[in-house]
Structure formats: structure tokens, C-alpha cells
Design a protein around this ligand. Sequence first.
Ligand SMILES: *Cc1c(COP(=O)(O)O)cnc(C)c1O
Length: 231
Amino acid sequence: MDLRRDELATNLAEVRQRIRQAAESADRDPADVTLVVVTKTWPAGDVRLLAELGVRHVGENRDQEAAPKAAELTDLALTWHFIGQLQTNKARSVATYADVVESVDRVKLVHALDAAAGRASRHLDVLAQVVLDVQPGRGGATVSDVDAVAEAIASAEWLKLRGVMAVAPLDVDPIPAFQEVRRIADHVAATYPEARVMSAGMSGDLEAAVACGATHVRVGSAVLGHRPPVR
Ligand SMILES: *Cc1c(COP(=O)(O)O)cnc(C)c1O
């Protein structure tokens, strides 16, 4: 356990340094970039160690895994980000533990999540997920329907629209992709002034995302190591 703690501490220090450097190179305050550590596939014990090392935001992408983990760790008062593709029939469970749902990509899901949040009497922060290259079977609103999704979130009783989330397409230069995300984020913030979050950037491309104005980076493997294969 101590070895694992040391490993996580070292990796975390490295990632924090990368964020600091990227922010400073972009003339940004490093404090304006929130690190969300993506703990999917890793045990609750690792999340506990991360909390001891000062991590406040964690990200999970599967309800079946996230729900029991969050239940086991309620004493840590972490902010739980749900970042995975979300089916409407999982909204009810996710609304009971998630604080931020980053992956909301269709109006039907907005309605399901709002009803679920109301049922749980919990207000949720929500991001509209955009995809830049639309691939069948992957989540995300296309650039053209992000307005409809954002509007539905903003008018939902229990949801607060906080901004946008994106994953850069694979095998492309991330800078133009993140510049496009920045443009969409600015467009959303122009209509909804409280929606200023731009969640973008992962282990491999966080510098590019921070350079383009990401307020949240979602980092998994650079902190926790390479994920064991999904069961
Ligand atoms: C897994 C995941 C991440 C983290 O990816 P790493 O490359 O491990 O940093 C970020 N965002 C989403 C949506 C993910 O599913």
C-alpha cells in the first residue's frame, strides 16, 4: 500500500507540474485549471490514497463501477464527475452520487437526468458533451445540436448548465480540435454566463487543452498507470 501511495504521489506531482507549466506558458493562472483524476477500473483504495494526496475531483465512466465506489467513499466528500456514455436507464443511479455529469449529449438524456435528480433531491452540475468528429456508437452532441442540448439543460429544474466537455479525436493534431472546443465553449458561455467550464485534455494531450483554455483536465493513466483490461 505504501508503494502504491508513493507511486501515486510521484505521478500526481508530475501531472500537477505539467499543468502548471502548460498554464504558465499560456499566461494562465494554474489555479484556473482543475485536475479531475479519472479512477475508472482502479479500486476504491486508490481513490482513498488520492484523496489523502489532495485530490478533490474524481472521474468515473461506468455506473456499475462508480456507484459502489462512491458509496464506499462518502466520508471523503469528493466531487464525483460522471464522464462516460450514459444510458437513460442509468440516470436514476448516477443522479444519486454524481456531482457533475459531463457527458450529456442529447435532449432525451437531459429529461431523464432532470427527473432522476429531482427524485434524489440533488441539484447536478452538467456539461454538454460535444464531439468534433462524429463516429457511430460514440457519445457526444454534434456541433450543430449542442445548442439544443445546452438549452434543455439550462431550462431543467434540477440541472445547472456549467459548460462543455469534449474528447479530442484520435490521431489528429489536438490543437485545432481544442481550439474548436474553445470556440463552442465561448459560444455557449455567451448565452449562459454561468456556463464557463471547458473540460478537455487527458493524459496524452493535457498541455494542448490547457493552451486552448481548458478549465478542467481529466487525467487517468498518467496518475494511476495503465488500466487493467476492462472486465
Ligand atoms: C478514460 C477517460 C479519460 C482519461 O484518459 P487517460 O488517457 O487515461 O488520461 C478522460 N476522459 C474520458 C471521457 C475518459 O473516458
